[in-house]
Design a protein. Structure first.
Length: 187
C-alpha cells in the first residue's frame, strides 16, 4: 500500500498519513467502486483507437507553450535537452515550485499531452515552473552518441536533476512521468 501525507481539513497545521487509494476514493469517488464507469466516445471505443488518435491527430493549434531550451552535454559526448516554461528570464532563479516532466516513448515537450498539463500547472492558481526532460534524440534534439535512452538507463535524468538543482537551488522539485517516462522516474 502506498501511503501519502495529507493536511487535516479541520486543522491546516495537522498532517495525517492515508493510503493513496483512500485519498483517490475520497477526492475522486467516480473512479472507485461499483459505480465507477468509463464511457468512451463512440468514435474512439477502446485504447487502441484512442492511442492512434493521439498519435496522428493534429493538436498544434491548442495548448501553446513557450519554452526556453538548454542542451545538456553528457560525459560520453551525447546530449539531451531541458525545456523550461516559463522561461528562466521570466522567472529567474527563484523558489518557484518546479515540476520536472518526463515524456513517453519517442515523445517530448512538443506533445499535446504534455502541453495540456503544463498549460494548467504553469498558470494561476498553481503557478508552477516546469522543466521537460527530453531524452537523447527526442524533441528535435540531435543524437550525438551511440547511447540511446531506455527505461533502464537513468544516468541522463540524474545529470538533469543535478543541473536543475544548480539553476534553482531554492525551488522544491516535483515530477510527473508519462508512460515510459514514469518508468524511468520510478527507477
Amino acid at each position: 500500500t502506498v501511503e501519502i501525507t495529507v493536511r487535516d481539513k479541520r486543522d491546516d497545521n495537522k498532517e495525517k498519513k492515508i493510503s493513496l487509494f483512500e485519498h483517490i476514493a475520497k477526492t475522486c469517488p467516480s473512479l472507485v467502486g461499483n459505480d465507477a464507469k468509463f464511457y468512451p466516445t463512440i468514435w474512439l471505443p477502446n485504447g487502441h483507437f484512442q492511442t492512434a488518435y493521439a498519435a496522428y491527430a493534429k493538436f498544434d493549434h491548442i495548448h501553446h507553450i513557450e519554452y526556453e531550451r538548454n542542451l545538456i552535454p553528457t560525459p560520453d559526448g551525447g546530449q539531451f535537452s531541458l525545456d523550461w516554461t516559463p522561461t528562466l528570464a521570466e522567472k529567474p532563479f527563484d523558489d518557484t515550485p518546479t515540476i520536472v516532466v518526463l515524456h513517453g516513448l519517442t515523445g517530448g515537450s512538443h506533445e499535446s499531452y504534455i502541453r495540456c498539463v503544463l498549460e494548467v500547472l504553469t498558470k494561476p492558481p498553481h503557478n508552477y515552473r516546469a522543466v521537460v526532460f527530453n531524452n537523447r534524440g527526442c524533441a528535435k534534439s540531435q543524437l550525438l552518441s551511440p547511447q540511446l535512452y531506455c527505461a533502464a538507463y537513468t544516468d541522463d535524468l540524474r545529470i538533469a536533476l543535478e543541473y536543475i538543482q544548480k539553476c534553482i537551488p531554492k525551488a522544491k522539485l516535483f515530477a510527473i512521468g508519462f508512460s515510459l517516462g514514469a518508468n524511468i522516474l520510478l527507477k
